[in-house]
Design a protein around this ligand. Sequence first.
Ligand SMILES: Nc1nc2c(ncn2[C@@H]2O[C@H](COP(=O)(O)OP(=O)(O)OP(=O)(O)O)[C@@H](O)[C@H]2O)c(=O)[nH]1
Ligand SMILES: [Mg+2]
Length: 508
Amino acid sequence: MDAATFLFLSAYKRVFSIMDKKKRPPIVTILGHVDHGKTTLLEYLLAHYTDQFKGTITGKEAGGITQKVRSFEITYKNQCMTFIDTPGHEAFAQLRQRGAQIADIGILIIAAEEGMRPQTKESLEFLQAQNMPFIIALNKVDKATAQPDKVRQELMEKGIMIEGLGGDIPVIEISAKTGQGVENLLEMIVLLSDLHAFADTVEHGSEGYILESIKDPKKGVVAYAVIQGGCLKTGDYIITATSCGKIKHLEDSFFNNLTSVCASKPISLSGFESLPASGEIFKTSSLDITKKIQQELGQRQHAFQNRYIIPEGNPEEGINVIIKADHIGSLEALEHIFQRIANECNVHIKILKADLGAITFEDTKFVKNTDSIIIAFNVKNDKSVVDEMRNSDITLLEGNIIYEIEDRLREIATKKVQKSQVAQLQVLGVFSSSASKKTIGGRVTKGVLSKNNRIRIVRADQEIGKGKIIELQKDKVAVSEVSEGSLCGLVIETHATIEKEDIIEALS
Ligand SMILES: Nc1nc2c(ncn2[C@@H]2O[C@H](COP(=O)(O)OP(=O)(O)OP(=O)(O)O)[C@@H](O)[C@H]2O)c(=O)[nH]1
Ligand SMILES: [Mg+2]
């Protein structure tokens, strides 16, 4: 579409929409690769286009990355707009997809110094799948290393039909840090809103979209949602596919109490009896229907219970896990990284339980009885529960940065697989020999070698003797085990002679 047609249509739609009383503010989702500046843009908007927000978002993020969906409203030239920020880290694809599903308009942020990265491409796919208008914001143009024209070229080469190069997808250069170009971006949102005239089509009651839900110690289940149409009031009965309830409490994105709220607004609401799933639609309902649904839901199993993550290979080893997290989106992201670890390490991971909130004493018992490890992501655990876990030798992975949890779980999975293999060491040197003891050095070529392992000595595929490891050292420090790839020194109780290049094999 050329600029003249665009402006004509825009003016036409504007007149039309003024006549239309049910016009509603646009819901704008910010998507893009990790660290390309999504949250910084939202922070800039909050600092300049609302007086309700104090403080920072990025400063409070663990590991400097966003790990949940957030929504806020701002006002630009008397026009309300709702913005949804999404995480860019690869594990949170479902959150990005949901952010795109609810949006009227997408903003695809690309750092102009980096260009298209994997989650840029994935975000583009989500936006294109929704068939929605979107704007490409080339960010960080304040930096000397920014090359916006190079990114434009890259976009064209990937078949993205951008404005100025034969297409109609608007591209705007911005700096989320200095604010350069941000007004142009907002103007484009106004223009697209006028052109598309987003309307509230809900005739009765209200409908909305659940972004996230959590268990709050004081308020119970709290859902973060965006209203898509109608007006929602405290006291309304609401239902989703997996939960229902009566609204006790409504708040806007700045924690102000509300008694009613209308289309496009981001809210938090309490009153659901159980956790509604992220991505579900909620609707207002009647008391009778809500009661009936309550009964049916009571009989259903928890969706996150007992799930297997199966790798692509044929695993011989498995890990049982229990997950506690802050948000449903976090549980999903953890499942995503489990799949990767399962494939990489060829283990299956069985999720015995996944739930929101801190670890309880009941969880501790469950972990012990099921020989599981427990992952507590972004939750504040009671010190007494954690102490009990440590005293009981339970493997607890606590943390609030997804990639750190991933690294630690990978270590556990790798060790588990190595331990299940017959450990082998290649002898690299023999330092001393007596009739019954040999001191040697070598490299563990397979599995995990442990002190007190009974062993056999193999030369040219023939067993030449048996023995036992009575001392084990790594970097000259006594250790109880040495894993694959490591060099170590060991004292072996044996009457056999050991030579360089012999293989020491642990007997199971
Ligand atoms: N110079 C410059 N730095 C920026 C700009 N926008 C963001 N940054 C910096 O880039 C880094 C990442 O910014 P974020 O806003 O956290 O990035 P994000 O896209 O929200 O990252 P995730 O939420 O983890 O996906 C921070 O250090 C920001 O200060 C910009 O326009 N100019
Ligand atoms: Mg962010």
